[in-house]
Design a binder for this molecule. Structure first.
Ligand SMILES: [Zn+2]
Length: 314
């Protein structure tokens, strides 16, 4: 049986004020499209357990190959001319030194890390400050941890842009999911660019509020309604917080489940998973309005190369 996995993204910020900013100024000018892709450098901070050998089987000190395979999966999951981004490993560190985009730090010096790994809001700051500071204006920081200890079986955590301190901004991921088949990093990157879970506003027992909106014919009222409820994206039907890969009809819409079970921002684990067009549009809007990675995007000095042509500096 496949374990049910979930994510530590929390809506413990002021959703209404966040959404009013996005809603009132949904500019996407200057953002990536088919002719203007943006390259986004990532830095992976591998927070390993004391004694774990780099690249050994089962080691928390994961290999560069595992990371590049995960990156290739991330790039194949992000596949749209609406939000045309390409992720890569950073080629330069904040001091302009050559890097391979991977930092390795011994996490065993952090309180609780040996037994519990990453504990949100507890040893989080300590873990995220172990290595050198990589600005969230230039890089997406990814911390690869031995495990995440929290209420649910969480394997990834991310924040919405500008909803936490710059020092904590970025993605945390369980090392077991840094590989070429998992979409966990893609899911967390969706949060990083401002996507909610597709069941946002609902629960295991309740449908999200926008069930009625979905019933209305296409018109302005529908548009306003679905952009302001649930996951704030109109082409992702409401559904309960569910796992697995259900078939048949979605009780929240009475339509076939396939409309939503393939979405990356759900907790479903069907084989093929994608973002919807509306989600790509929202990521472009949020990136523009919240100035995500603004220095990197404005500079047009991309500290990375195409992944397939990537040369490693070791
Ligand atoms: Zn999530």
């Amino acid at each position: 049986m496949i374990a049910q996995i979930s994510c530590g993204f929390e809506t413990n910020f002021d959703i209404e004020s966040f959404e009013s900013i996005i809603r009132n100024d949904p500019q996407t000018s200057g953002l990536p499209n088919s002719n203007n892709p943006i390259q986004i450098p990532l830095v992976f901070h591998v927070v390993y357990l004391d004694g774990d050998i780099e690249g050994a089987p089962g080691s928390t000190n994961i290999s560069l190959t595992q990371i590049t395979e995960c990156l290739a999966k991330l790039n194949s999951d992000f596949n749209s001319s609406i939000f045309n981004v390409e992720f890569c490993l950073a080629l330069r560190d904040p001091e302009n030194n050559i890097t391979n985009g991977v930092e390795r730090v011994n996490g065993s010096v952090v309180s609780g890390y040996n037994n519990f790994g990453f504990i949100p809001y507890s040893n989080e700051t300590e873990i995220k400050q172990l290595g050198q500071k990589w600005s969230n204006l230039d890089y997406v920081n990814v911390w690869v941890v031995s495990k995440i200890t929290s209420s649910e079986n969480q394997v990834g955590i991310a924040y919405f842009p500008k909803t936490t301190s710059d020092n904590l901004d970025g993605i945390v991921i369980d090392y077991n999911y840094v590989e070429g088949l998992s979409s966990v990093l893609t899911h967390e990157m969706g949060h990083f660019f401002g996507l909610y879970h597709t069941f946002e506003g609902g629960s295991e027992t309740e449908c999200p509020e926008d069930i009625e909106c979905d019933m209305i014919e296409e018109n302005d009222e529908t548009e306003i309604c679905c952009r302001n409820q649930g996951d704030h994206v109109c082409d992702t039907p409401p559904h309960k917080k569910e796992f697995g890969c259900p078939t048949g009809n979605n009780i929240c819409t009475n339509d076939n489940y396939t409309e939503i079970t393939n979405n990356i921002m759900s907790y479903y684990n069907c084989l093929s998973r994608v973002f919807s067009s509306g989600q790509y549009q929202r990521m472009a809007e949020v990136t523009s309005v919240q100035n995500v990675l603004k220095e990197q995007i404005d500079a047009h000095v991309y500290w990375c190369k195409h992944v397939q042509n990537y040369q490693f500096y070791n």
